[in-house]
Ligand binder design. Structure first.
Ligand SMILES: *Cc1c(COP(=O)(O)O)cnc(C)c1O
Length: 388
């Protein structure tokens, strides 16, 4: 098989460490759901799911039916919740693969009832309720009808009910999240009054799991944190203000490539499309086989850095579709096919997802999720990680 020009190494010890941290931060009665949607936030869904299961995750969370099926076909036995929308025509398949289904509309519940009846299998539903995010979520006006429909069909089981906070990562003021939490508690109280047990209410994402134990309920849905990243500076600051110390998360992703050409250019030479960079000294360039088609953001043009031999090499000129150029004038002894770190650590240096996010005007979530989907993902341990 052809050698990959870029690849992603996942630090399995970091993943395990992060999972244990979150697990330890939850009460005995709260289960940990590892959220592996978006191909495991770009880390590789199967690799992360397997590491998560070994590290003590009780549940797995995906967005699509197809992701849930992929996990089942890989032999994952954990309960899996589809957090996103399952098309009406696919509900039967979701039930068949024993996937927990998030429902947020009357139509979905009606169709799930028909599908469950037809297959004779129980459908485990998690009702997503609207509390103020105004994204997926059943409106208050439809709650009675939804409960009646579930009540009428014995093969529909209301296993859970959940909501998602709108404004918990972006601020150190959490009034809005607290309002949502109060609304959620009222709704759960109301559903239970109607005679439903709702064994698994859940609300917490990473930020909520870290900051507010009162959001934990039966399941904490932790995504970004298990990959070793903080949801935001504000969350980090809030945790620091609250507890004077913060959990030591360890980033798990290292994205690497190789040098595919080295060249010397004189002072005054232009580099790349649009001649957007002109050298001010005799310059040595290394050419890297990674560009925006690989998820290496074009906003990194003339702005980002990579690591070679443990040192920073700045990007010169524009990031192309499949290539970019970096300045290695100050890094002696770089050779063809030397390893380059695009994201992650090498020697004493590190390019963090947060730094890359700042260069690309986005958030760390997007940086890791967009890392080249075609690059192979390899789980590595300290022993197999090699020299860098
Ligand atoms: C993605 C997602 C999460 C995880 O959020 P993080 O901030 O990554 O922990 C939790 N719940 C829902 C509904 C989600 O879509």
């Amino acid at each position: 098989m052809a050698q990959a020009l870029s690849w992603i190494e996942l630090d399995s010890q970091a993943l395990t460490h992060n999972l244990r941290l979150f697990k330890a931060g939850l009460s005995k009665d709260t289960r940990l759901m590892a959220v592996v949607k978006g191909e495991g936030y770009g880390h590789g869904m199967l690799q992360v799911a397997q590491a998560a299961a070994q590290g003590g995750a009780d549940w797995l969370g995906v967005f699509h039916l197809a992701e849930g099926i992929k996990l089942r076909e890989a032999g994952m036995k954990q309960p899996i919740l589809i957090l996103g929308y399952v098309p009406l025509g696919d509900l039967a398949e979701a039930i068949d693969f024993d996937l927990r289904i998030t429902v947020s509309s009357i139509e979905s519940i009606q169709t799930a009832a028909l599908a469950a009846k037809k297959s004779g299998k129980t459908a485990f539903l998690h009702l997503k309720v609207e509390t103020g995010t105004h994204r997926l979520g059943l409106d208050k006006e439809n709650l009675e009808q939804a409960l009646t429909l579930i009540d009428e069909q014995p093969l529909l089981e209301l296993e859970g009910a959940h909501t998602h906070f709108a404004n918990i990562e972006d601020t150190t003021e959490h009034d809005y999240a607290k309002e949502q939490l109060e609304r959620f508690k009222q709704i759960i109280g109301h559903i239970r009054k109607q005679g439903f047990q709702v064994p698994l209410p859940h609300t917490a994402c990473t930020a909520a799991a870290v900051l507010f134990p009162e959001t934990h309920f039966a399941v904490a849905r932790v995504g970004i944190g298990i990959y070793g990243l903080w949801p935001s500076k504000e969350t980090y600051l809030s945790a620091l203000l609250k507890d004077k110390q913060t959990p030591e998360l360890q980033p798990a992703m290292c994205w690497k490539t190789i040098v595919v050409q080295i060249k010397q250019v004189p002072t005054g030479a232009y580099v790349g499309y649009g001649c957007s960079y002109r050298t001010t000294r005799p310059t040595r360039l290394a050419i890297l086989p990674v560009g925006y088609a690989n998820g290496y953001d074009r906003l990194l043009s003339n702005r980002g850095h990579v690591l070679i031999d443990g040192k920073r090499a700045p990007i010169r000129g524009r990031v192309c579709m499949n290539l970019c150029m970096v300045d290695i004038t100050d890094i002696p002894n770089v050779a063809l096919e030397n390893e380059v770190v695009l994201l992650g650590g090498q020697g004493k240096e590190r390019i963090t997802a947060e730094q890359m996010a700042a260069w690309a005007q986005t958030i760390n979530y997007e940086v890791v999720t967009r890392a080249d989907p075609h690059a192979p993902r390899r789980l590595v341990t300290k022993e197999t990680r090699g020299p860098s």
